[in-house]
Every structure is written in structure tokens, then in C-alpha cells.
Design a protein around this ligand. Structure first.
Ligand SMILES: Nc1ncnc2c1ncn2[C@@H]1O[C@H](COP(=O)(O)OP(=O)(O)OP(=O)(O)O)[C@@H](O)[C@H]1O
Length: 281
């Protein structure tokens, strides 16, 4: 596991603060069927930065990503995506039937044609070049994710956007995948935006965390936390349920209709469980 060394992290953080914004949004809202799926979301990802979106099921993480990518239409606010910025997307699910016979090589060029050498180089980068001729349905969860990341790399993106890159991957595989994502950021100097359920692993591999439960509940820099004794206690070996102990003050509650209303000064730390619109907590 990549331990965050405070000094290196600090250096990167100040470099990222100066860097160009690759992707972001201001006051972004998506409303469907009379309900706000996400609302008032502000986000900026700069070159060289890894930003992670965490939050409960149904909190709007995928909706946010899809809206940033132009797959979903925003209902409010605006998206920041400077001209010329190339995005590489690793989706949560692939619209390809995994039961159909399909080789890794074919999957890599299904949407975008690419020279063989580029395909081989992209697979090499994620250490799965040896899987070129294998049928995708034989791959492990971790191998499949690596192939999808390679596919995104083929377009030489300035920004990698990953939706749940570690799902169906075991714990040590998750650690390896986050390490790979961090090394790709270092190598290419790209920005990274990723969605994750589990804060405990993503926490160490990220520069900034945004907790989304319909709206931005909190956003913070895990590096600040990592320097404190609390971090060692909270995110040490027993950090299995880090999301629950990622303590943050709440000044609001969620009503059953998904509205956010002030909590009349009763701040509390709490667990994020259930759906964003499931009522107050
Ligand atoms: N096109 C749509 N129309 C109506 N409701 C939608 C649409 N897309 C998503 N939703 C709803 O919006 C909410 C947010 O979904 P979303 O997939 O963005 O959440 P998520 O945080 O990514 O969840 P998970 O962690 O389970 O992947 C859910 O209640 C979902 O059912």
C-alpha cells in the first residue's frame, strides 16, 4: 500500500493548486421525474490531482460523473471542461455482454480503432499485456478493470474518470489498483476523478475527497487527516468501516423528498447508510 508521506503529499498538493482545471462544475443539479438526484454540486479537478467521490448508494455519484462527461443532461449549474481536454472514462458497467465471446484485443478496439502497438503498450501500462488474446469472460475482476483502464488510456487522456474501479476486486487487488491509478497519474501527469464506496482504501490514494449524498455533504483533504494521531487510529489496520468513522459535522438533514433542510444547529457525526433521499439522519 502506498503510504502518503506528508511532505510529498504537501508538495503535490501545492503543485496541484496551481495547475489548470481539467474538469469541474458549479452549482450542478440534475432533476429527473420531479426529484433532484444531485443538487448544488461544486467540484474542480486539476492536472496531477486525484479526487475521489464517496457516498451512500443512490447518493448520485454515477449521476455526477455521467453529467460531467456529457452523458446526462444537467438541470442547473454549469460544467467546466476547457477546450482540448481529453477524458478517458472507465465505466461502472460495460454495455458489452460478458457472456459473449470477446477477446481482450477486440474489446480494446471495439469503440475506437487503434494500432496494435498502441493496444499492446496500453495493456503493458496496466501490467496485463499477457492477456491480449484471452476471452474477457475468463478475466478476474481486477484483470478486467485493468483492461478497461488500458482502454481508456488508448485515447491519451488528460483526465481519467473511473466509476467504482475496484468493485468485484478483493482487498489486496484494490490496493494494487489504487496504486496503479496513482502511478498513472504520476507518469502521465493527468487528473483523476474516481467514484468509490469504500473510503478506507481510497482515502490513502487520493488528494481530495468529496462526500456526495444528493448534495456535497463534505469535502476534505485526507492528507490533513493522515498527519493526525486520529488518522492512525481511524485508518489503521482496523479501518474496515472508515466511511462510518470519517467524522464530519452536519448542519443539515435530508427530508424524505430529498430536500436538504437546516438541522437547527445540531451538529453530529453520523454514518451514511441508505439512500440519499431516505430521510433525516
Ligand atoms: N435517469 C434517471 N432517472 C431517474 N432517476 C435516476 C436516473 N438515474 C439515476 N436515478 C436515480 O438517482 C439516484 C442516484 O443514482 P446514482 O446511480 O447516481 O447513485 P450512486 O451514488 O452512483 O449509487 P451507487 O453507489 O449505488 O452506484 C438513484 O436513486 C437512482 O435510482
Amino acid at each position: 500500500m502506498n503510504q502518503i508521506i506528508p511532505e510529498a503529499h504537501e508538495k503535490r498538493r501545492s503543485a496541484a493548486a496551481e495547475a489548470e482545471i481539467l474538469l469541474g462544475c458549479h452549482g450542478l443539479g440534475v432533476r429527473r421525474d420531479g426529484r433532484w438526484l444531485i443538487r448544488d454540486v461544486d467540484l474542480e479537478v486539476r492536472r496531477g490531482e486525484i479526487v475521489s467521490i464517496v457516498g451512500p448508494n443512490g447518493g448520485g455519484k454515477t449521476t455526477l460523473i455521467k453529467t460531467l462527461l456529457g452523458i446526462e443532461r444537467p438541470s442547473a449549474g454549469h460544467i467546466v471542461r476547457p477546450r482540448g481536454v481529453k477524458l478517458g472514462y472507465v465505466p461502472q458497467r460495460l454495455a458489452v455482454d460478458r457472456t459473449m465471446p470477446l477477446s481482450v484485443e477486440r474489446l480494446m478496439t471495439l469503440v475506437r480503432r487503434a494500432p496494435r502497438a498502441d493496444v499492446a503498450a496500453a495493456l503493458e501500462e496496466t501490467a496485463v499485456a499477457h492477456l491480449l488474446r484471452r476471452p474477457v469472460q475468463e478475466l478476474s475482476g481486477g484483470e478486467f478493470q485493468r483492461v478497461l483502464i488500458s482502454r481508456a488510456l488508448l485515447g491519451k487522456p488528460d483526465m481519467l474518470v473511473l466509476d467504482e474501479p475496484v468493485q468485484s476486486v478483493d482487498f489486496s487487488g484494490q490496493v494494487d489498483l489504487y496504486r496503479l491509478i496513482a502511478s498513472l497519474r504520476d507518469l502521465h501527469g493527468c487528473g483523476v476523478l474516481m467514484v468509490s464506496h469504500d473510503l478506507h482504501v481510497v482515502m490513502r490514494a487520493t488528494d481530495r475527497v468529496l462526500c456526495l449524498a444528493g448534495h456535497v455533504c463534505c469535502t476534505g483533504e485526507p492528507g490533513d487527516v493522515s498527519r493526525s494521531p486520529e488518522y492512525m487510529r481511524l485508518f489503521g489496520p482496523q479501518a474496515a468501516d472508515t466511511l462510518a468513522i470519517y467524522a464530519h459535522k452536519h448542519d443539515h438533514v435530508h427530508t424524505p423528498s430529498g430536500e436538504v433542510v437546516p438541522a437547527h444547529g445540531h451538529d453530529h457525526d453520523h454514518h451514511h447508510h441508505g439512500h440519499a433521499g431516505e430521510g433525516g439522519h
